[in-house]
Every structure is written in structure tokens, then in C-alpha cells.
Design a protein. Structure first.
Length: 181
């Protein structure tokens, strides 16, 4: 007697045969798990790029502070100094999203919060950035911020910390200007 086909759902055992059938189970499992796996991979890539960009911003800020510390920025305007900083970070960043502030370092911690650039709830800069180079041996504070656009984030995992859907990266250097010889 020929063996009945497992997909033949006729007769009294059709329900049991259907439940025992494993054809297509791998495709169903893949269809259920693939979106989760893809979301985790995309989130991991996004985090890796953010950390890389943050390290790049830190390095550029350190180079810009060295530029000021060694008295090379004394004759520059704010726009020229921002261009100088932007030239060091052009591989990952665009100059339009860059915020640069250089001022004398506040003498107390309570003055620090007012010295930082301020933003409204939509992520728009509400205070003008300042640029002043003091004479040696002044202590200076350089703040370089960048509005990093956040793309394709899985639901429930939002890296943006600004109302405009961007991540505000910030790097601060406090240093003392070297006396000229």
C-alpha cells in the first residue's frame, strides 16, 4: 500500500498531518526573526559611526585648542577660526552643522552653565556664540559642537537628543595660552 502524502489533508488524520508538517518552518522562522536581526545590525552600525564621529570631533577640538594655545589664532576672526576648525574635520562633518565657541574659561562652576551655548526645545541655537582670544597666560575654553543627523533608527531606539532629530555632539577643551617668547 502506498504511503499517503503528508500534504494530503483528506481523511480523519488531516489535522494531525498538518501539525506534523515541517515544510516551510525555516522560512517562517526567518521571516519572524529577520527584521529583529536587521534592526540590531543597523543600530550597531549607527552606534559605531556615532562613536567614530565623536572621537573625530574630540581630535579636531584638541588640534584647534593647540592652535589657540600656541598663539596662532590671535589675528583670526570668528569666521576664519571656524573655517580653520572645519578644515580639520571635513572628512565626516559639514561646516553648516558646526558650532564653535572660544572664550575665557569661567572662574567658577556656576558660571560654566551660562558660558555654554543655549538651545531651545527644537534644537535651534538661541544665544550667539562668542569668540575672543585673551592674552597669555589666560585660561581659555573652546567648545566645538556638531549637530549629527540620525538616520533610520529602529523603533524605541532613538539617538537624537535635540528636537530637530539630530544628536548634539560636544567637545570641550580648557587650556592656558602659552606666553610668547
Amino acid at each position: 500500500m502506498p504511503k499517503p502524502d503528508i500534504l494530503s489533508f483528506t481523511g480523519p488524520t488531516k489535522g494531525r498531518r498538518f501539525l506534523r508538517c515541517e515544510r516551510g518552518s525555516h522560512a517562517i522562522e526567518f521571516a519572524l526573526l529577520a527584521p529583529v536581526i536587521i534592526a540590531v545590525i543597523l543600530a550597531t552600525l549607527q552606534i559605531a559611526v556615532i562613536f567614530l564621529a565623536k572621537a573625530y570631533l574630540e581630535t579636531a577640538t584638541e588640534a584647534a585648542s593647540r592652535f589657540v594655545m600656541t598663539n596662532q589664532a590671535n589675528s583670526l576672526t570668528q569666521a576664519q577660526f571656524k573655517t580653520q576648525v572645519c578644515n580639520n574635520i571635513s572628512a565626516l562633518f559639514t561646516c553648516a552643522n558646526l558650532i564653535v565657541e572660544l572664550q575665557q574659561a569661567p572662574s567658577s562652576a556656576s558660571q560654566m552653565s551660562t558660558a555654554m551655548p543655549q538651545f531651545n526645545a527644537n534644537g535651534v541655537l538661541t544665544t550667539a556664540t562668542s569668540y575672543s582670544v585673551a592674552a597669555a597666560p589666560a585660561k581659555m575654553m573652546l567648545i566645538v559642537m556638531y549637530r549629527w543627523p540620525v538616520f533610520g533608527v529602529p523603533p524605541g531606539l532613538n539617538f537624537a537628543n535635540m528636537g530637530s532629530g539630530t544628536l548634539l555632539m560636544s567637545s570641550t577643551q580648557i587650556f592656558q595660552i602659552e606666553p610668547t617668547s
